[in-house]
Write a protein of this length. Sequence first.
Length: 589
Amino acid sequence: MFIPDGQKLKNPLTFAEMSAEQKDKFSMRRKALEALSKDLSRIIVPVFMLGEPYEQEIKRVSFDKLQNRKAIKFAYLLECLEKSNKPSKIFEATVYSSIKRTKNIFYTRFVNQEKSNSLGLILTDPDRNNINLYDNGEPVIWQMGPERRQVSLAQRADFFELNQNTEIYGILDKIEKDIRNFPRRSCRRSRVIERFLGILNDGMVVNSVALKELGYKKISTGKIVSRTSIAKTGLFNVIGKYPRSIFGVGSMPPVSGWRDVITTAAIAHSLVFATRNSIFAGNLDQQIALINDAKKSLRKIGLTNKELNLAERNIGAAIGFGDVTNEMRNVDKLYKNAGIRLFRIYGINSDKRVIEIAKSLRQKYQDEIEIFFGQVADKKQCLKMISDDIHVDGLIFGHGGGRTCTSAANGMAITTLEEIYDVASDRRFKDTSILVEGGGVGTSVGAIIVLGVNGILYNQQFTRCTIETGDIYFQHKSGRICQPYHGSASAPTMIIESNNPEIHDKRMSKSGRALNVEGIPGYNYYSEKANSMSFYMNEFRAYAARLLADVGCESIAELRSFLNNSSKDLLRIVSSEAREIASPYGTKE
């Protein structure tokens, strides 16, 4: 279907539903529009509509129970529709604006708003091998239909009410007022893990094992526990200087490069770090503009000053460490011009520069800021990071093992479990937040929490093709609806960053090929069940809530107290056969 600027959808038809005459007219019009599109910045090709939800799905939405004024405002604060659709109590969003396009020799970028500071949907040459294109080279574009949008907005309003209410504020306030007494991790050695890693008498580690191979044992309890209640109120931990959700959002460009992803995470009391890669690489002004756009969006909701502060302090910025003097200038601008007090030194290098930038940050800003670093290399590096003159607030583990990461393809062992255990069992780190990030965790959150991590950062798992990532989609050659999900050091990202003259020579060889590539082109795929990232965030909360219920605890604080006072080791090694049995298998053919 073709959607002119500002026109409402009225019973749109898919191509298969059209009559022969309609198909002929459609094809003629498409060819004419394709010819025009070569010289125009607007998309003048058909924009196809994703399948609408079943009638029952719409009827199951309790619109009458989603009438919180602030929740409705939040639901509509989306770049893809906020300038064209007014908030409605039944969550209608039937007006569509034309998609804007900019093009250079490195990539083509598609956005909903001409002056958007978000990442946008980006097409690079490597993508052309994987997605469907028209004869003129334009990609096949899809968007959500009006009823699919309606479901998305209802999900967002519901999510706001779950996270922004007096009960949640009370829990956060209670933890913060007595934050020194919040239970720390047990720092206890585990015979299970040490056998799993093959630790010898001299401390030598023999095995490289995956996080997913670690599980926990369910135990009986005399209490009555509700997983639903736990998922709503029990998943807060001290992360950095404040109480936050145990689930946060990382700093991958296709994720935290979107304004609406940042605001949604902030509303959920989740850490989120605005990315420094892709179109933001060497472009500090755009990173600052993205953060400020997110904060302006939050201020439109009508939150109290205290509520707004609780949300905004979750928004951080990823920074580099290549040139300490230059990075400190960038930090100063982020501090002054974007009000950032939460920083993540983002990279995988193990050299001394990461220590230097961390030390410079702490010495200049003292305890005014929070410093997170990761992915970390090893315990030796971690010990330097918690020295008296640095003392970072959080360490992030997870180098290698991601969905598109090739960092370990050269034979490097994936030692994430080894490094986490070595730090989590050391009492010198009891006041330092430990986080793990990436696809290596998957849905196996239970054992990681028992191990002692404070939180888990997800990227693709939370945001794959949801309305918060722009509601603009390509069609993969497999037929599935998708968005690019290229790693921070992948060839497509290097190509995108080469558009910046200041860093071109660091990203591109003289022969026009990307340099120092780590990662392969990857894609997120659309799922009808989700629509909003709130669905995925709630899904992972359910996984964590199941852990607490399985051991008779109602909150992270109670779980930690239990682990501190119990001699039981709940961790277990999970064989591949046991892992297979643990997954649904009854309907396999």
